[in-house]
Design a protein around this ligand. Structure first.
Ligand SMILES: [Zn+2]
Length: 487
């Protein structure tokens, strides 16, 4: 067997649809869906004589992104025509940026994958450039059997393409990098981040080489990756495929492959020989894009708090671990919600526990988002306070009150009162209950005293059960210990 260890070299190209009100070069509304071809005009339909005008809002968003990725904002960049024929591209070319992009030489930091880099440490992933361009329309081939359809509502929607350097070394790192970029653009408010609707999409360049070799192996581009999970699966598959080819002593051509999520495989789309020559040339209808230092500073002054800064603040202000802070910061709405709960209930740690526990589980189960869940943050905060004041115990909170809240059965306090859930914290009552349980479990008590510590958990369980889950567990423990010690 061959025992050569291989190293994967990965670079991602990420397309980010910008949340501008209008399209990149015309005044048509930029929004998803709608009656096909209803959001079009002579410019995005490419009617003769129409002229593009650069959307200033899109430029500001590109600058914001550039600042977020520690990039250089170019004073002067240019637009080019990338020419190819496709029915969803009415002009016969896409306007994109030329050799100089609006943003160049950026980076973001991700936790390195310990499996490929040894000890855990942050690594910087370089970003070669981020350039402005326009999206194409959409073709549908499955609306009916006899014809294909083209919808140009998306034609001309502003995009930023973020071209990462081949600095990633594992599918895990690629997924972390993608998540970080996703977090950044959604926190910046420049993209809705909706991967299903294609507002945030990714292609991956991947090659493998024997560890220690300097030269890169043959590169394959994998297209059509539309989720964080799929970026990992597609890369794992493709890396395994390439290694197997090398191990069998086979070589392969540089090519483009498509990821098929249904079969879990990448499939050949076109080889290098079939690669298109796009005949790039400068767009004669658009002047160079110039950006002054003042314009950059204006954008900088309006930047929201970015994920990195917010993570540090969550750890400092609310005592969260790094893991908790990163997880709470999975998206802006989730982070905002967490912070509202934490401020209202005054206990950030508990707020994080709930957000990462019951709330996340519910979101997963229902396949929804915090915004759509419809749970008022003030209710969750009140529930946390009810547990903290020991009005109810955690079990009642999780198993009874929280589900009732989701069903809109009232405020936490109303639910507790209506169902008589307030826990018994009367010492006398609890002591009586414990004495009863101990009396009817004399054998277990004797064994516990003989040293079988496991039986303590059993007895506590019996007591909680006898108290219908409403007794204060802390008091139960206290009193039980006292009673066991005295006898
Ligand atoms: Zn238009």
């Amino acid at each position: 067997m061959n025992s050569v260890a291989y190293e994967a070299i990965i670079g991602l190209e990420v397309h980010v649809q910008l949340l501008t009100r209008s399209k990149m070069f015309c005044a048509c509304e930029n929004s998803y869906g709608g009656e096909p071809n209803s959001r079009t005009c002579p410019v995005c339909l490419a009617l003769p004589g129409s002229l593009p005008v650069v959307n200033d809002e899109a430029v500001k968003m590109a600058i914001a992104l550039g600042l977020g990725i520690h990039g250089e904002i170019r004073e002067r960049s240019t637009f080019y025509r990338k020419q190819y024929f496709y029915p969803d591209l009415p002009k016969g070319y896409q306007i994109t940026q030329g050799p100089v992009a609006v943003v160049e030489n950026g980076w973001i930091e991700i936790p390195g994958d310990p499996k490929v880099r040894g000890e855990i440490q942050p690594v910087r992933i370089g970003i070669e450039r981020a350039h402005l361009e326009e999206d194409s329309g959409k073709s549908s081939h499955d609306l009916n059997a006899k014809s294909s359809h083209v919808d140009l509502n998306r034609a001309g929607v502003p995009l930023v393409e973020i071209v990462g350097r081949p600095d990633l070394r594992s599918p895990q790192e690629a997924s972390d990098y993608l998540k970080d970029l996703h977090r950044l653009v959604t926190f910046l408010g420049i993209c809705d981040g909706n991967m299903e609707e294609g507002s945030f999409r990714c292609d991956a360049n991947v090659s493998v080489r024997p560890q220690g070799q300097m030269a890169f192996g043959t590169r394959v581009e994998v297209k059509n990756i539309n989720s964080f999970r799929n970026v990992k699966l597609a890369l794992e598959f493709e890396i395994r495929r390439q290694i197997e080819l090398y191990e069998r002593g086979e070589t392969f051509e540089q090519e483009t492959r498509g990821w098929d999520a249904a079969t879990g495989e990448t499939r050949a789309q076109r080889s290098k020989e079939a690669a298109m020559d796009y005949r790039y040339f400068p767009e004669p209808d658009l002047p160079a894009l110039t950006i002054t230092g003042d314009e950059v500073e204006l954008v900088r002054s309006k930047l929201p708090e970015l994920p990195e800064a917010r993570k540090a603040r969550f750890m400092g202000d609310y005592g969260l671990s790094e893991y908790e802070a990163i997880t709470v910061l999975q998206d802006r709405a989730f982070a905002d919600y967490f912070e509202a709960v934490a401020r209202t209930c005054g206990n950030g740690k508990q707020a994080a526990n709930w957000m990462l526990g019951e709330v996340s589980r519910t979101l997963n189960e229902q396949g929804t988002t915090i915004t759509k869940l419809g749970l008022l943050y003030a209710f969750l905060a009140e529930l946390i306070q009810l547990v903290e004041s020991r009005t109810i115990n955690l079990m009642t909170a999780k198993e009874v009150v929280f589900p009732a809240l989701l069903k809109g059965k009232g405020t936490p306090r109303q639910i507790v009162e209506k169902h008589g859930l307030a826990q018994v914290s009367d010492r006398g009552a609890i002591e009586a209950l414990i004495r009863e349980v101990l009396a009817s479990n004399a054998a277990q008590v004797a064994q516990l005293k003989a040293g079988n510590e496991k039986l303590k958990g059993y007895l506590v369980g019996q007591i909680m059960k006898a108290g219908k889950g409403k007794v204060d567990p802390q008091l139960v423990n206290e009193i039980l210990n006292a009673l066991l010690a005295e006898a």
